[in-house]
Design a protein around this ligand. Sequence first.
Ligand SMILES: [Zn+2]
Length: 524
Amino acid sequence: MKTEPADLVVFNAEIHTMNENNDVAQAIAIRDGKIIEFGPDRQILNKYAYASSVDARGKQIYPGFIDAHGHLMSYASQLLGVNLVGSLSEVEMLNRVEDYRKVNKNPIIIGMGWDQSLWDDSTFPDNKKLNVLFPDIPVCLYRIDGHSALVNEAFISLLGNFDVPYGGAILTDDSGVYTGLFIDAALQLFDEVLPKYTNEALRTKILVIQKELFAHGVTGVHEAGVSADELSLLNEMISSGDLKLNIYAMLSHSQQNKEFVRRNGIYRNKSLLVRSFKAYVDGALGSSGALLKEPYHDHPNYNGLTLSNIDSLNALRDFCLLNGYQLNCHGIGDAAVSQILRMCKMAYEKNPDHRFRLEHAQVVDPVDFHLFNDYAVFPSVQPTHATTDQRWAISKIGPERMKGAYAYKTLLNQFGMIALGTDFPIEFTNPFFTIHSAVHRQNSKGFPEEGFLVEESLTFQETLKGMTIWAAFSSFQETELGSIEQGKQATFVILDRPLNKSNVFTPNYSWKTFLNGEIVHSLD
Ligand SMILES: [Zn+2]
C-alpha cells in the first residue's frame, strides 16, 4: 500500500550516498526538493505514491559535485575576450589576438589564458611583437593564472604616471625599459583603464558556464573572490531564477564588502550563501609571484611577492571572527603558507570550529604541516594544478622543496578533510579531470607516466568526498549538501557512464543533473 506522498522517485540506480557509512542504495524519494528517503527499489517504490519517476537504468548516482574553488566571473570575462588557453607558441597567441580583432572592434583588446610553459621558449614573453602588430590599439593579455599580464606600449601609455604598487612587479629589460609584463598587485593599475563588460554580456556567459557545469554534474561552486558589483550581479541572477547553481561566494577584501557584512551579517538568498572573505597573501608560482622562504631555484635573490601585510591580514581575521565569517587565504609559496597558518592560531583559540581555509597550499615547508592540525586549518586544493604544474614546478622550487609540494595526502592526514576544486578558468571545469589527477597524479593524457609525486595520491573515495561532503563542510553547508541523506537538498548527478577507476582517462558526462529535485540537465 503506497501511503506516503512523494514528488519524484528515482530508482534502478547505484546510489553512492557519501554518508557516514558510505551506504549504497538503489532508489531515492524526493519531496519539496528534498530527499525524504533512500533504500532498496522495493522499499521506496512500494512505500511512496509519487507524481513522477526516473528509471536510472542501473547508472551511478553521486551527490552533485561541488567545485570548492572556481571563478565564474573571470571565466565569464575570459569568454568575452580573446581566448588564449592552450596557445602552443607566442605566434599562436598573437594570431588569436589578430583573429579576434577582425571581428571585435572594442577600443581595448583584452585576452586571457596564455601559458609560456607550453612554448618552446618558456621564459616570460615581452611585448616587442605585440607593439609591432598593434602600435595604436591597447592590448592586455592575462596569463592563465590571472596573476600576470602582457601589455603593449599603447596600453602602458594609457596608465600615465604610476608607481609600482605594494605586492606588485613590473619587469624591465637590461636598459630599464618595460618589457610589458606586469605581475600581481601591479595589475591593479589597470583597474582605471580597463573597460568593464556590461552586466548583460556577463550574464549571457555566466549562463553558458552554468550549462557547462551541469553537463558535468557540477551543481555548486565556491566563487573565490567577488567584488560588491559582481556579488550584486550574481544575486540578481539568483533572484530572477536564471542562476540555479549553488554558489558559496567569498568576498574580496574591500571596504565595500565589509560594509555589506556589517549590513547583512551571514547572507543567504536561495542558492547563494555569503559568509567568507578571500585574501591573497602571495601570487602564483607560474608567474613567480608565490612567496617562498628561500629564493627561487631559477632566480637567486628573489623570493616572490607579498600581497597582504600581516597587520591587514590580522585585522581581516578579527573582522571575520566578529561577524561569524570564514577567512579563506590564497597561499601558494611556503612562506605565505606559513604566515597564514600562524595567523590562524588566534582564530583557533577564539573558535576551534572557525573553518578558515588555506587555498592552494602548493608548497609547504614540511616543518609547518602540523599547523594544519594544530590550528584546524582547512586545506583547499586543486588536483589538476599538480598535474599541470609538474612540467615546471621543480625548475621554480628545486628538488628539496618538492617534498612538501602538492602534498594533498599529507594535508588530508593533518586536517582529516580536504576540499577539492579546479580554480577554473585556470584549469577546466571538468570534475572528471580532477578525479583523474587526484587519484592517479597524471593528466588526462597520461602524463607523467609514473605519476607526479604518487605518494601524495588520494584514494577514489577521498577524492569524491573532497568534491562532495568535505567541500560542503568547508562552506558550512554539510547539513544541506554534499551527501544523499534524508532532509538534504535533492541535488545529485546520474552519471552517463560508471566512474572510471583505471589510469586511462575516459571522458564522462552527467546523464541527468538534479538540483533541488528539478532536472537541470539531461542527455535525452
Ligand atoms: Zn583562484
